[in-house]
Ligand binder design. Structure first.
Ligand SMILES: NC(=O)c1ccc[n+]([C@@H]2O[C@H](COP(=O)([O-])OP(=O)(O)OC[C@H]3O[C@@H](n4cnc5c(N)ncnc54)[C@H](OP(=O)(O)O)[C@@H]3O)[C@@H](O)[C@H]2O)c1
Length: 194
């Protein structure tokens, strides 16, 4: 699989679950985007991230639970109505059906977009299949799908999970490189995980 370097300078970025460990990556994207839509469950986390961004940036926050399918879809629709269909998405969503529904809804608007999907370590277990998982997304018209797999750090001292800064920096690298799959840290050997 080949990386297609991403030309920054987006029109509308939609970021779901970007207020925690991905806050640094959300700031990176917002700084390069005309309008950013931030969605997370609580207004507290959204306000905290908004306050860490330059005031002049056009950033809208929406508090919504992605497990409430109807409310989440409606929140997306409202943001698309306000700012147009997003051309870049960063999604950290623990419910796969919600991520799939989001991708399908966005693809239905008919424009092209890059969908960066952050996935926990379990996605890379031998029992899971990243290739099978991406089939739903790859079938959507106009949607370029990018998996960002969170791995672990393995060195002479042993292994440990990634810290928030490593996750955010790795995500920035993945978004910049635009490869179909980007592993932050390592996922092999799988037996060496913490
Ligand atoms: N491989 C690894 O090393 C690895 C992998 C994953 C996680 N971790 C670690 O685990 C820690 C905790 O992970 P985390 O998943 O809690 O990450 P997090 O990024 O700190 O928080 C989850 C993000 O998703 C939002 N969110 C959560 N549930 C939501 C819902 N139902 N609807 C809408 N938005 C929702 C949260 O906003 P609200 O707070 O407003 O709900 C927040 O923006 C991380 O800080 C990281 O260090 C490590």
């Amino acid at each position: 699989m080949h990386a297609a370097p991403v030309s920054m300078g987006w029109r509308h970025a939609l970021i779901v679950g970007g207020t925690g460990m991905l806050a640094g990556a959300s700031r990176f994207i917002a700084a390069r985007t005309q309008t950013t839509s931030l969605l997370a469950r609580t207004q507290a986390s959204l306000s905290s991230l908004r306050q860490s961004l330059p005031a002049h940036l056009d950033v809208a926050t929406t508090a919504v639970d992605y497990r409430s399918a109807q409310a989440f879809s409606e929140a997306i629709r409202i943001r698309v109505e306000a700012a147009g269909a997003p051309d870049v998405v960063l999604a950290w969503i623990h419910a796969e059906h919600a991520a799939q529904a989001l991708a399908a809804q966005l693809a239905s608007y008919g424009s092209t977009l890059r969908f960066f999907h952050v996935l926990g370590s379990a996605s890379a277990s031998p029992a899971a299949s990243l290739l099978r998982r991406r089939m739903h997304y790859d079938a959507l018209p106009g949607l370029s799908y990018h998996q960002i797999v969170l791995g672990f750090i393995c060195d002479e001292r042993g292994s440990r999970w990634l810290c928030d800064d490593e996750i955010a920096q790795g995500t920035i690298q993945a978004v910049s490189a635009g490869a179909p799959k980007h592993v932050v840290g390592v996922v092999e050997p799988w037996e060496a995980r913490p």
